[in-house]
Write a protein of this length. Structure first.
Length: 477
Protein backbone atom coordinates (compact mmCIF):
# COMPACT_ATOMS: atom_id res chain seq x y z
CA UNK A 1 0.00 0.00 0.00
CA UNK A 2 1.27 3.45 -0.98
CA UNK A 3 1.56 6.02 1.82
CA UNK A 4 1.05 9.72 1.08
CA UNK A 5 1.45 12.39 3.75
CA UNK A 6 -0.29 15.72 3.20
CA UNK A 7 0.91 18.71 5.13
CA UNK A 8 -1.38 21.67 5.66
CA UNK A 9 -0.12 25.16 4.90
CA UNK A 10 -1.69 28.58 5.00
CA UNK A 11 -2.34 31.74 6.95
CA UNK A 12 -3.59 31.72 10.52
CA UNK A 13 -7.30 31.04 10.93
CA UNK A 14 -7.81 30.16 7.28
CA UNK A 15 -9.34 26.84 8.32
CA UNK A 16 -6.53 24.26 8.07
CA UNK A 17 -7.49 22.34 11.21
CA UNK A 18 -11.20 22.57 10.38
CA UNK A 19 -10.57 21.14 6.93
CA UNK A 20 -8.52 18.24 8.26
CA UNK A 21 -11.28 17.51 10.75
CA UNK A 22 -13.90 17.65 8.01
CA UNK A 23 -11.87 15.21 5.91
CA UNK A 24 -10.77 12.76 8.60
CA UNK A 25 -12.97 13.36 11.61
CA UNK A 26 -9.89 14.01 13.71
CA UNK A 27 -9.56 17.28 15.60
CA UNK A 28 -5.85 18.10 15.61
CA UNK A 29 -6.28 20.93 18.11
CA UNK A 30 -6.21 18.75 21.22
CA UNK A 31 -4.40 20.88 23.79
CA UNK A 32 -6.53 22.95 26.21
CA UNK A 33 -4.43 25.98 25.26
CA UNK A 34 -5.24 25.40 21.57
CA UNK A 35 -8.92 25.09 22.39
CA UNK A 36 -8.87 28.21 24.53
CA UNK A 37 -7.07 30.37 21.98
CA UNK A 38 -8.70 28.81 18.94
CA UNK A 39 -5.38 28.41 17.14
CA UNK A 40 -3.05 25.53 16.45
CA UNK A 41 0.18 25.55 18.52
CA UNK A 42 1.70 22.12 17.94
CA UNK A 43 1.73 19.67 15.05
CA UNK A 44 -1.30 17.41 14.68
CA UNK A 45 -1.68 14.07 12.95
CA UNK A 46 -4.77 12.62 11.31
CA UNK A 47 -4.96 9.42 9.27
CA UNK A 48 -7.55 8.88 6.56
CA UNK A 49 -8.45 5.33 5.70
CA UNK A 50 -8.83 4.55 2.02
CA UNK A 51 -11.95 2.34 1.54
CA UNK A 52 -10.21 0.56 -1.32
CA UNK A 53 -7.15 -0.01 0.78
CA UNK A 54 -4.82 1.28 -1.96
CA UNK A 55 -3.46 4.44 -0.45
CA UNK A 56 -2.63 5.22 3.11
CA UNK A 57 -3.39 8.94 3.47
CA UNK A 58 -2.37 11.01 6.43
CA UNK A 59 -2.50 14.70 7.26
CA UNK A 60 -0.05 16.72 9.26
CA UNK A 61 -1.72 19.85 10.54
CA UNK A 62 0.59 22.83 11.13
CA UNK A 63 0.06 26.16 12.89
CA UNK A 64 -0.49 29.27 10.80
CA UNK A 65 0.69 31.76 13.39
CA UNK A 66 3.64 33.78 12.08
CA UNK A 67 5.67 33.14 15.26
CA UNK A 68 5.21 29.38 14.89
CA UNK A 69 6.68 29.08 11.42
CA UNK A 70 9.50 26.88 12.80
CA UNK A 71 6.84 24.35 13.90
CA UNK A 72 5.35 24.53 10.42
CA UNK A 73 8.79 23.85 8.90
CA UNK A 74 9.25 20.86 11.20
CA UNK A 75 5.86 19.48 10.15
CA UNK A 76 6.44 20.12 6.45
CA UNK A 77 9.84 18.41 6.52
CA UNK A 78 8.36 14.94 6.19
CA UNK A 79 5.43 15.47 3.83
CA UNK A 80 4.85 14.32 0.27
CA UNK A 81 2.17 16.75 -0.78
CA UNK A 82 0.88 20.11 0.38
CA UNK A 83 -2.67 21.03 1.30
CA UNK A 84 -2.54 24.80 0.84
CA UNK A 85 -5.52 26.41 2.54
CA UNK A 86 -6.72 29.88 1.49
CA UNK A 87 -9.79 31.51 3.03
CA UNK A 88 -12.06 32.98 0.34
CA UNK A 89 -12.99 36.00 2.41
CA UNK A 90 -9.40 37.09 3.05
CA UNK A 91 -7.44 35.76 0.12
CA UNK A 92 -3.70 35.30 0.03
CA UNK A 93 -2.07 36.60 3.22
CA UNK A 94 1.55 36.82 4.44
CA UNK A 95 1.77 33.29 5.87
CA UNK A 96 0.18 31.86 2.71
CA UNK A 97 3.21 33.13 0.84
CA UNK A 98 5.65 32.22 3.61
CA UNK A 99 4.41 28.64 3.84
CA UNK A 100 4.57 28.32 0.05
CA UNK A 101 8.20 29.45 0.14
CA UNK A 102 8.96 26.89 2.86
CA UNK A 103 7.35 24.14 0.76
CA UNK A 104 9.40 25.23 -2.21
CA UNK A 105 12.65 25.19 -0.26
CA UNK A 106 11.79 21.76 1.15
CA UNK A 107 11.22 20.50 -2.38
CA UNK A 108 7.53 19.71 -1.98
CA UNK A 109 6.41 19.84 -5.56
CA UNK A 110 2.77 18.86 -5.62
CA UNK A 111 -0.38 19.41 -3.65
CA UNK A 112 -3.91 20.68 -3.43
CA UNK A 113 -5.18 24.21 -2.96
CA UNK A 114 -8.32 24.38 -0.84
CA UNK A 115 -10.49 27.47 -0.85
CA UNK A 116 -12.22 27.61 2.52
CA UNK A 117 -14.83 29.87 4.07
CA UNK A 118 -16.60 30.17 0.74
CA UNK A 119 -19.82 30.38 2.76
CA UNK A 120 -18.73 33.85 3.90
CA UNK A 121 -18.77 35.14 0.35
CA UNK A 122 -21.78 33.14 -0.60
CA UNK A 123 -24.06 36.11 -0.14
CA UNK A 124 -22.49 37.83 -3.10
CA UNK A 125 -22.56 34.66 -5.16
CA UNK A 126 -26.19 34.02 -4.37
CA UNK A 127 -26.96 37.59 -5.28
CA UNK A 128 -25.14 37.26 -8.59
CA UNK A 129 -26.95 34.03 -9.37
CA UNK A 130 -30.25 35.57 -8.42
CA UNK A 131 -29.69 38.44 -10.76
CA UNK A 132 -29.02 36.01 -13.55
CA UNK A 133 -32.15 33.93 -13.01
CA UNK A 134 -35.41 35.36 -14.29
CA UNK A 135 -38.00 36.54 -11.80
CA UNK A 136 -35.84 36.55 -8.70
CA UNK A 137 -34.22 40.02 -9.06
CA UNK A 138 -37.52 41.82 -8.60
CA UNK A 139 -38.06 40.48 -5.08
CA UNK A 140 -34.48 41.13 -4.00
CA UNK A 141 -34.51 44.60 -5.52
CA UNK A 142 -37.81 45.41 -3.82
CA UNK A 143 -36.44 44.40 -0.44
CA UNK A 144 -33.33 46.46 -1.05
CA UNK A 145 -35.50 49.40 -2.03
CA UNK A 146 -37.67 49.09 1.07
CA UNK A 147 -34.58 48.85 3.30
CA UNK A 148 -32.99 51.87 1.60
CA UNK A 149 -36.15 53.91 2.01
CA UNK A 150 -36.31 52.98 5.70
CA UNK A 151 -32.72 54.23 6.20
CA UNK A 152 -33.52 57.39 4.29
CA UNK A 153 -36.70 57.95 6.27
CA UNK A 154 -34.58 57.96 9.43
CA UNK A 155 -32.64 60.88 7.95
CA UNK A 156 -35.84 62.91 7.72
CA UNK A 157 -36.94 62.49 11.33
CA UNK A 158 -35.57 65.92 12.40
CA UNK A 159 -37.38 67.64 9.50
CA UNK A 160 -40.60 65.79 10.34
CA UNK A 161 -40.35 66.89 13.99
CA UNK A 162 -39.75 70.49 12.86
CA UNK A 163 -42.73 70.40 10.53
CA UNK A 164 -45.04 68.94 13.17
CA UNK A 165 -43.97 71.58 15.68
CA UNK A 166 -44.28 74.54 13.31
CA UNK A 167 -47.53 73.74 11.53
CA UNK A 168 -45.73 72.49 8.40
CA UNK A 169 -44.05 75.82 7.59
CA UNK A 170 -41.51 74.35 5.17
CA UNK A 171 -44.10 72.27 3.36
CA UNK A 172 -46.42 75.24 3.07
CA UNK A 173 -43.59 77.46 1.80
CA UNK A 174 -42.84 74.94 -0.94
CA UNK A 175 -46.52 74.63 -1.87
CA UNK A 176 -46.85 78.44 -1.98
CA UNK A 177 -43.76 78.60 -4.16
CA UNK A 178 -45.08 75.96 -6.53
CA UNK A 179 -48.54 77.55 -6.48
CA UNK A 180 -46.95 80.81 -7.62
CA UNK A 181 -45.33 79.04 -10.55
CA UNK A 182 -41.81 79.38 -9.08
CA UNK A 183 -39.63 82.32 -9.95
CA UNK A 184 -38.86 82.28 -13.64
CA UNK A 185 -35.30 82.29 -14.94
CA UNK A 186 -33.58 82.75 -18.27
CA UNK A 187 -31.30 79.77 -17.71
CA UNK A 188 -31.97 76.78 -19.99
CA UNK A 189 -33.18 73.47 -18.55
CA UNK A 190 -29.91 71.58 -19.10
CA UNK A 191 -27.86 74.26 -17.36
CA UNK A 192 -30.42 74.30 -14.56
CA UNK A 193 -30.12 70.54 -14.12
CA UNK A 194 -26.33 70.92 -13.88
CA UNK A 195 -26.49 73.78 -11.40
CA UNK A 196 -29.22 72.22 -9.26
CA UNK A 197 -27.30 68.92 -9.28
CA UNK A 198 -24.11 70.66 -8.19
CA UNK A 199 -25.89 72.58 -5.45
CA UNK A 200 -27.62 69.41 -4.23
CA UNK A 201 -24.44 67.35 -4.02
CA UNK A 202 -22.31 69.96 -2.28
CA UNK A 203 -24.90 71.53 0.03
CA UNK A 204 -24.62 68.96 2.88
CA UNK A 205 -20.80 69.17 2.80
CA UNK A 206 -19.84 72.70 1.79
CA UNK A 207 -22.96 74.84 1.96
CA UNK A 208 -23.69 77.28 -0.85
CA UNK A 209 -21.58 76.59 -3.98
CA UNK A 210 -21.00 80.28 -4.69
CA UNK A 211 -19.49 80.83 -1.25
CA UNK A 212 -16.60 78.45 -1.96
CA UNK A 213 -16.66 77.31 -5.59
CA UNK A 214 -13.24 75.62 -5.53
CA UNK A 215 -13.91 73.63 -2.36
CA UNK A 216 -17.33 72.75 -3.75
CA UNK A 217 -15.67 71.39 -6.89
CA UNK A 218 -13.30 69.26 -4.77
CA UNK A 219 -16.22 67.93 -2.71
CA UNK A 220 -18.16 67.13 -5.89
CA UNK A 221 -15.24 65.15 -7.33
CA UNK A 222 -14.84 63.20 -4.08
CA UNK A 223 -18.55 62.37 -3.90
CA UNK A 224 -18.48 61.34 -7.58
CA UNK A 225 -15.51 59.02 -6.95
CA UNK A 226 -17.17 57.51 -3.88
CA UNK A 227 -20.46 57.11 -5.76
CA UNK A 228 -18.65 55.28 -8.55
CA UNK A 229 -16.92 52.98 -6.05
CA UNK A 230 -20.26 52.37 -4.33
CA UNK A 231 -21.94 51.43 -7.62
CA UNK A 232 -19.18 49.32 -9.10
CA UNK A 233 -17.58 47.56 -6.15
CA UNK A 234 -18.81 45.63 -3.21
CA UNK A 235 -21.70 43.54 -2.11
CA UNK A 236 -24.49 43.17 -4.61
CA UNK A 237 -27.13 44.28 -2.11
CA UNK A 238 -25.18 47.49 -1.44
CA UNK A 239 -24.83 48.17 -5.11
CA UNK A 240 -28.56 47.77 -5.68
CA UNK A 241 -29.29 50.15 -2.79
CA UNK A 242 -26.87 52.74 -4.13
CA UNK A 243 -28.47 52.57 -7.57
CA UNK A 244 -31.84 53.24 -5.96
CA UNK A 245 -30.46 56.22 -4.10
CA UNK A 246 -28.78 57.65 -7.19
CA UNK A 247 -32.00 57.23 -9.17
CA UNK A 248 -33.92 59.18 -6.50
CA UNK A 249 -31.19 61.85 -6.51
CA UNK A 250 -31.19 62.19 -10.30
CA UNK A 251 -34.98 62.26 -10.56
CA UNK A 252 -35.24 64.88 -7.79
CA UNK A 253 -32.62 67.11 -9.41
CA UNK A 254 -34.48 67.06 -12.73
CA UNK A 255 -37.82 67.71 -10.99
CA UNK A 256 -36.34 70.61 -9.02
CA UNK A 257 -34.73 72.07 -12.14
CA UNK A 258 -38.15 72.05 -13.81
CA UNK A 259 -40.40 73.13 -10.93
CA UNK A 260 -38.02 75.31 -8.90
CA UNK A 261 -36.12 77.25 -11.58
CA UNK A 262 -34.97 79.85 -9.05
CA UNK A 263 -32.49 77.27 -7.68
CA UNK A 264 -30.36 77.99 -10.74
CA UNK A 265 -29.80 81.54 -9.50
CA UNK A 266 -27.77 82.44 -6.44
CA UNK A 267 -27.80 86.02 -5.24
CA UNK A 268 -24.81 86.59 -2.94
CA UNK A 269 -25.68 88.24 0.35
CA UNK A 270 -29.38 87.44 0.18
CA UNK A 271 -31.13 84.40 1.65
CA UNK A 272 -31.23 81.56 -0.89
CA UNK A 273 -33.74 78.78 -1.52
CA UNK A 274 -32.63 75.31 -0.52
CA UNK A 275 -35.50 73.18 -1.72
CA UNK A 276 -32.92 70.48 -2.46
CA UNK A 277 -31.97 70.06 1.21
CA UNK A 278 -34.15 66.94 1.50
CA UNK A 279 -31.53 65.21 -0.69
CA UNK A 280 -28.77 65.63 1.93
CA UNK A 281 -29.21 62.17 3.54
CA UNK A 282 -29.03 60.55 0.09
CA UNK A 283 -25.76 62.28 -0.81
CA UNK A 284 -24.22 61.34 2.54
CA UNK A 285 -25.48 57.75 2.31
CA UNK A 286 -23.94 57.23 -1.15
CA UNK A 287 -20.62 58.78 -0.07
CA UNK A 288 -20.72 56.65 3.10
CA UNK A 289 -21.18 53.40 1.17
CA UNK A 290 -18.29 54.37 -1.14
CA UNK A 291 -16.06 55.05 1.87
CA UNK A 292 -17.09 51.75 3.47
CA UNK A 293 -16.18 49.86 0.29
CA UNK A 294 -12.81 51.58 0.16
CA UNK A 295 -12.19 50.89 3.85
CA UNK A 296 -13.02 47.20 3.30
CA UNK A 297 -10.27 47.16 0.68
CA UNK A 298 -11.47 47.09 -2.90
CA UNK A 299 -8.34 45.09 -3.78
CA UNK A 300 -9.67 41.97 -2.19
CA UNK A 301 -13.27 42.21 -3.23
CA UNK A 302 -14.06 38.70 -4.29
CA UNK A 303 -16.93 38.98 -6.75
CA UNK A 304 -16.30 39.19 -10.46
CA UNK A 305 -18.65 37.55 -12.92
CA UNK A 306 -19.87 35.10 -10.32
CA UNK A 307 -16.44 33.61 -9.66
CA UNK A 308 -14.49 34.14 -6.53
CA UNK A 309 -11.25 35.93 -7.15
CA UNK A 310 -8.57 36.30 -4.58
CA UNK A 311 -6.24 39.23 -4.59
CA UNK A 312 -2.64 38.18 -4.31
CA UNK A 313 -1.20 41.20 -2.60
CA UNK A 314 -1.74 43.35 0.46
CA UNK A 315 -1.00 46.60 -1.32
CA UNK A 316 -4.46 47.20 -2.83
CA UNK A 317 -6.04 46.66 0.59
CA UNK A 318 -3.62 49.01 2.31
CA UNK A 319 -3.88 51.56 -0.51
CA UNK A 320 -7.68 51.58 -0.60
CA UNK A 321 -7.87 51.83 3.19
CA UNK A 322 -5.44 54.75 3.11
CA UNK A 323 -7.56 56.34 0.39
CA UNK A 324 -10.71 55.84 2.49
CA UNK A 325 -9.08 57.47 5.50
CA UNK A 326 -7.68 60.31 3.36
CA UNK A 327 -11.01 61.07 1.70
CA UNK A 328 -12.84 60.92 5.03
CA UNK A 329 -10.40 63.40 6.51
CA UNK A 330 -10.76 65.76 3.53
CA UNK A 331 -14.58 65.55 3.68
CA UNK A 332 -14.62 66.13 7.44
CA UNK A 333 -12.29 69.15 7.11
CA UNK A 334 -14.43 70.56 4.29
CA UNK A 335 -17.62 69.93 6.28
CA UNK A 336 -16.31 71.36 9.55
CA UNK A 337 -14.84 74.49 7.94
CA UNK A 338 -18.19 75.06 6.21
CA UNK A 339 -20.09 75.07 9.50
CA UNK A 340 -21.65 78.44 10.19
CA UNK A 341 -20.33 80.24 13.30
CA UNK A 342 -22.23 79.61 16.53
CA UNK A 343 -22.95 83.33 16.77
CA UNK A 344 -23.76 85.40 13.68
CA UNK A 345 -21.17 87.98 12.65
CA UNK A 346 -23.42 90.84 13.79
CA UNK A 347 -23.62 89.45 17.35
CA UNK A 348 -26.79 87.46 16.76
CA UNK A 349 -29.79 87.21 19.01
CA UNK A 350 -27.83 87.47 22.26
CA UNK A 351 -26.53 90.94 21.43
CA UNK A 352 -29.78 92.34 20.09
CA UNK A 353 -31.63 90.95 23.11
CA UNK A 354 -29.21 92.74 25.45
CA UNK A 355 -29.62 95.94 23.42
CA UNK A 356 -33.41 95.67 23.65
CA UNK A 357 -33.22 95.26 27.45
CA UNK A 358 -31.04 98.35 27.68
CA UNK A 359 -33.41 100.36 25.44
CA UNK A 360 -36.42 99.16 27.48
CA UNK A 361 -34.75 100.46 30.66
CA UNK A 362 -33.99 103.83 28.99
CA UNK A 363 -37.50 104.42 27.65
CA UNK A 364 -39.45 103.33 30.72
CA UNK A 365 -43.14 102.75 29.99
CA UNK A 366 -43.38 105.36 27.25
CA UNK A 367 -44.55 104.73 23.71
CA UNK A 368 -41.53 104.56 21.44
CA UNK A 369 -40.80 105.51 17.88
CA UNK A 370 -38.33 102.99 16.51
CA UNK A 371 -36.57 104.23 13.42
CA UNK A 372 -33.77 103.27 11.09
CA UNK A 373 -33.81 102.37 7.43
CA UNK A 374 -37.51 101.57 7.62
CA UNK A 375 -38.60 97.99 7.64
CA UNK A 376 -35.15 96.81 6.83
CA UNK A 377 -32.80 94.64 8.86
CA UNK A 378 -31.39 96.56 11.84
CA UNK A 379 -34.46 98.19 13.30
CA UNK A 380 -36.53 95.13 12.44
CA UNK A 381 -34.02 93.03 14.37
CA UNK A 382 -34.52 95.24 17.42
CA UNK A 383 -38.29 95.48 16.98
CA UNK A 384 -39.01 91.90 17.97
CA UNK A 385 -37.02 91.80 21.23
CA UNK A 386 -38.43 95.21 22.22
CA UNK A 387 -41.99 93.98 21.73
CA UNK A 388 -41.08 90.85 23.62
CA UNK A 389 -39.84 93.00 26.50
CA UNK A 390 -43.24 94.77 26.59
CA UNK A 391 -42.11 98.09 25.08
CA UNK A 392 -44.95 99.89 23.33
CA UNK A 393 -43.90 100.82 19.78
CA UNK A 394 -45.54 103.12 17.31
CA UNK A 395 -46.81 101.23 14.26
CA UNK A 396 -44.19 100.36 11.68
CA UNK A 397 -44.00 102.66 8.67
CA UNK A 398 -44.88 100.71 5.51
CA UNK A 399 -41.75 99.85 3.54
CA UNK A 400 -43.04 101.30 0.29
CA UNK A 401 -43.64 104.68 1.89
CA UNK A 402 -40.31 104.94 3.61
CA UNK A 403 -37.86 102.92 1.58
CA UNK A 404 -36.31 105.88 -0.17
CA UNK A 405 -35.56 108.03 2.77
CA UNK A 406 -34.55 107.33 6.32
CA UNK A 407 -36.40 108.72 9.27
CA UNK A 408 -39.84 108.62 7.77
CA UNK A 409 -41.37 107.30 10.95
CA UNK A 410 -42.79 110.72 11.49
CA UNK A 411 -44.22 111.09 14.99
CA UNK A 412 -46.57 113.81 13.86
CA UNK A 413 -48.11 111.56 11.26
CA UNK A 414 -48.53 108.73 13.73
CA UNK A 415 -51.65 108.09 15.78
CA UNK A 416 -49.88 109.01 19.00
CA UNK A 417 -46.80 111.15 19.47
CA UNK A 418 -43.93 109.10 20.89
CA UNK A 419 -42.79 109.62 24.41
CA UNK A 420 -39.38 108.38 23.33
CA UNK A 421 -37.56 107.69 20.08
CA UNK A 422 -35.00 105.00 19.31
CA UNK A 423 -32.77 105.25 16.27
CA UNK A 424 -30.79 102.33 14.89
CA UNK A 425 -27.86 103.57 12.82
CA UNK A 426 -26.05 101.11 10.56
CA UNK A 427 -23.97 101.32 7.36
CA UNK A 428 -27.11 101.47 5.23
CA UNK A 429 -28.36 104.41 7.29
CA UNK A 430 -24.96 106.13 7.03
CA UNK A 431 -25.13 105.72 3.28
CA UNK A 432 -28.66 107.16 3.14
CA UNK A 433 -27.94 110.28 5.17
CA UNK A 434 -24.33 110.70 4.06
CA UNK A 435 -22.93 110.96 7.59
CA UNK A 436 -21.27 108.61 10.09
CA UNK A 437 -23.11 106.82 12.91
CA UNK A 438 -22.29 107.77 16.50
CA UNK A 439 -23.20 111.48 16.20
CA UNK A 440 -23.28 113.04 12.71
CA UNK A 441 -25.82 110.65 11.16
CA UNK A 442 -28.09 110.85 14.20
CA UNK A 443 -27.88 114.68 14.22
CA UNK A 444 -28.86 114.71 10.55
CA UNK A 445 -31.83 112.51 11.44
CA UNK A 446 -32.87 114.91 14.24
CA UNK A 447 -32.52 117.92 11.99
CA UNK A 448 -34.43 116.21 9.17
CA UNK A 449 -37.79 116.53 10.90
CA UNK A 450 -39.14 119.51 12.84
CA UNK A 451 -41.05 117.32 15.30
CA UNK A 452 -37.77 115.86 16.54
CA UNK A 453 -36.22 119.19 17.43
CA UNK A 454 -37.24 118.86 21.07
CA UNK A 455 -35.67 115.41 21.52
CA UNK A 456 -32.66 114.96 23.79
CA UNK A 457 -30.21 112.09 23.72
CA UNK A 458 -30.52 109.91 26.86
CA UNK A 459 -28.48 106.86 25.84
CA UNK A 460 -26.23 105.82 22.96
CA UNK A 461 -24.33 102.56 22.61
CA UNK A 462 -22.87 100.20 20.07
CA UNK A 463 -25.00 97.11 19.66
CA UNK A 464 -22.77 94.93 17.56
CA UNK A 465 -20.36 95.66 14.77
CA UNK A 466 -21.25 98.94 13.03
CA UNK A 467 -24.64 99.29 14.66
CA UNK A 468 -25.22 102.27 16.97
CA UNK A 469 -28.43 102.66 18.94
CA UNK A 470 -29.51 106.08 20.21
CA UNK A 471 -32.38 106.66 22.65
CA UNK A 472 -34.05 110.10 22.75
CA UNK A 473 -36.54 111.62 25.16
CA UNK A 474 -38.48 114.85 24.84
CA UNK A 475 -36.85 117.79 26.62
CA UNK A 476 -38.62 118.67 29.86
CA UNK A 477 -41.22 121.46 29.21
N1 LIG B 1 -17.59 30.26 8.12
C1 LIG B 1 -16.56 29.39 8.04
N2 LIG B 1 -15.72 29.32 9.08
C2 LIG B 1 -14.69 28.44 8.99
C3 LIG B 1 -14.48 27.63 7.87
N3 LIG B 1 -13.37 26.91 8.10
C4 LIG B 1 -12.92 27.23 9.31
N4 LIG B 1 -13.71 28.17 9.84
C5 LIG B 1 -13.58 28.80 11.15
O1 LIG B 1 -12.41 29.58 11.13
C6 LIG B 1 -11.78 29.56 12.41
C7 LIG B 1 -10.36 29.08 12.23
O2 LIG B 1 -10.36 27.74 11.80
P1 LIG B 1 -9.11 26.80 12.03
O3 LIG B 1 -9.41 25.52 11.37
O4 LIG B 1 -8.79 26.76 13.48
O5 LIG B 1 -8.00 27.63 11.27
P2 LIG B 1 -6.47 27.24 11.15
O6 LIG B 1 -6.01 27.63 9.79
O7 LIG B 1 -6.26 25.85 11.58
O8 LIG B 1 -5.84 28.24 12.22
P3 LIG B 1 -4.33 28.13 12.82
O9 LIG B 1 -4.09 26.70 13.03
O10 LIG B 1 -4.39 28.88 14.07
O11 LIG B 1 -3.46 28.73 11.83
C8 LIG B 1 -12.62 28.63 13.26
O12 LIG B 1 -13.48 29.42 14.07
C9 LIG B 1 -13.40 27.82 12.27
O13 LIG B 1 -14.66 27.44 12.80
C10 LIG B 1 -15.42 27.75 6.76
O14 LIG B 1 -15.33 27.09 5.74
N5 LIG B 1 -16.42 28.64 6.92
MG1 LIG C 1 -5.11 25.07 12.99
Amino acid sequence: MRAVAFGTAGHIDHGKTSLVKALTGVDCDRLPEEKRRGITLVLGFAPLADPKGEVELSFIDVPGHERLVHTMIAGAAGIDRALLVVAADEGVMPQTREHLSVLEVLGVRGGVVALTKSDLVEEELIEVRRRRSAGAPLGSLLWTGVASLAILAAGYVPLAIHELQTGFTETRAILDYLGGGGRSTDTGLLTRVGLVGWRSVTWPLVGLVTDRPLVSAVATVIVAVLGTVAVLVGRAADRAAVRWLLAVLAWSVVALAIFAPSLATVTPGLPNDHYHAFLDPIVLAVAGVGLARLAAGIGRMPVAGGRVQVSDGRLPVVASRALAVGLTVVLVVIGVTAWPPLVAADGGWRLVDEAAARVARAVGGETVLLDGIPSFKSDAALRFPLLRDGVRLLPEVPAAAGAAEPGTGDPAASPAAPGRAVLVCDPLFEQAVGAACGGPAEDAWLAGDATRSGLLLVDRFEAGPRRVISVYAPAAP
